[in-house]
Each structure stands twice: as C-alpha cells, then as structure tokens.
Design a protein around this ligand. Structure first.
Ligand code: SF4
Length: 225
C-alpha cells in the first residue's frame, strides 16, 4: 500500500473510533447560517456556553440579523454580547463583518458564499479579527465549503497520536484535506469529534484511560500513562 492510502486509512480509523465513542455531534449548533457566523466570531477565547448566552441575548432583542447588527449602536451590541467575554473587541469585529457584508453583498449570504472558496477565504482573512480557524469554521459550517478546520485540539491530537507532527495551520489543514475523502459532512463531523476528544480526554494533561484512541495513540500507549 502507498503512504497516501495508509495515512488515509489511519485517519479514517481515528474518525470511526471517535464517532463510535462520542456519537454524531450535529455541528454547528445554530438555526441559521448567520447564527453560525456570529457564533464563530464570538467563540474566540471563550467557552461555547458563554457564546450561547450572548446569542440568546441577540435573539431576545431580535438582533440576530446582519443589517441590524451593521447599524446598531456599538454600546448596545457590547451589552448584548457581554457574556461572550472580550465584548468590546468582539462587538467591533462582529459589527465590522456585518457592515462589510451589507456594503458589499447587501447582507445576502447567498451572494457572499456563491463564489470560489479561496476568494471568500482571502476576503474573510482580510477582515480584522478573523483568523484561519474562524474563517474556515464560517466556510465549512455556514458556507458548506470543503475546508477542514484546524484548532489547538487538532494539533495536539495529531502530535500525540503520531499521525502528523505539524504546528503550522496550513500544513495541518492540507494534511487532512489530502488524506480524507472530499466530503463536507465528514469534515464537519470530524472536527466536532476532535473538539470533543480534546475537551474530554486529550487535554493539556491527557487522561488516556478510557480514551477511544488509546490503542492507536503513540503517547497513550507509552509509559507516559
Ligand atoms: S490516548 Fe491520551 S494522548 Fe492519546 S489521544 Fe487519547 S488522551 Fe490524547
């Protein structure tokens, strides 16, 4: 078997083990594409629970709407998203994104997403406060684009299991994209499952006992445990 096939089957093996253990994650937890985008911007450096509170505030005020956020008073936005932390910075970023979408696409997400993926990605990355992970979360979960999302949990899992040692975002992303079947549902589920693994077992201080990857993990099967 060639290396590509071996790596592909190792990755799929990891995916199947995670899926069997955690079940389907149904990501992204949102009712609309716009809600996905808002969540992706607000989730930076905070827990999802805090993001949910902020989104609930926006919903209660009927503010979960691109044009409304683009035009709202920044102080009001700050108070609504306060639970998500770093609320001054995040309200500025969110408002900037909404204004951009309104000015250039008349707040129409179909127009925004109905283009070449790299073009959209570059545009997202040019906006203040939107980095690789946020841009790709938006592309995959809101735009249904074939982009694998990499985060700190992904880096850690790859390093510890021995599947791939890479710290650079692009390198790790292309590793997954080259070695996985080109399937959006699979990309969505796999990323969500890696997050679940990182939260429950593969933490900074790993809890390898009971980890679904223990038998295929270099670190878990070594003397560290
Ligand atoms: S076995 Fe341990 S180190 Fe390996 S993935 Fe699981 S928790 Fe992480």
């Amino acid at each position: 078997m060639c290396n590509l096939v071996i790596t592909m089957s190792k990755l799929m093996n990891i995916y199947k083990k995670l899926l069997k253990h955690f079940g389907r994650q149904h990501w992204w937890p949102a009712e609309t594409r716009f809600e996905v985008i808002v969540g992706a911007i607000l989730t930076q450096n905070t827990s999802w629970k805090n993001v949910e509170k902020a989104i609930l505030n926006l919903k209660k005020e009927k503010m979960l709407n691109n044009k409304k956020i683009a035009n709202v008073d920044i102080r009001k936005l700050e108070s609504l998203i306060q639970p998500s932390g770093f609320y001054k910075q995040k309200s500025e970023r969110l408002k900037k994104f909404c204004k951009y979408l309104d000015r250039n696409y008349n707040s129409d997400l179909n127009k925004f997403f109905n283009r070449n993926t790299d073009e959209i990605r570059n545009e997202l990355l040019s906006l203040n406060g939107i980095g690789n992970e946020t841009a790709d979360s938006i592309l995959l979960y809101a735009g249904e684009k074939l982009k694998f999302v990499v985060d700190a949990y992904t880096v850690r899992m790859c390093e510890r299991t021995g599947i791939k040692n890479a710290k650079k975002y692009d390198e790790l992303q292309s590793f997954f994209e080259k070695n996985l079947p080109k399937n959006i549902k699979l990309y969505k589920e796999f990323h969500a499952l890696i997050v679940e693994l990182g939260k429950n077992f593969c933490r900074r201080k790993p809890e390898c006992d009971g980890c679904p990857l223990k038998d295929v993990c270099k670190y878990g099967s070594s003397s560290h445990n």
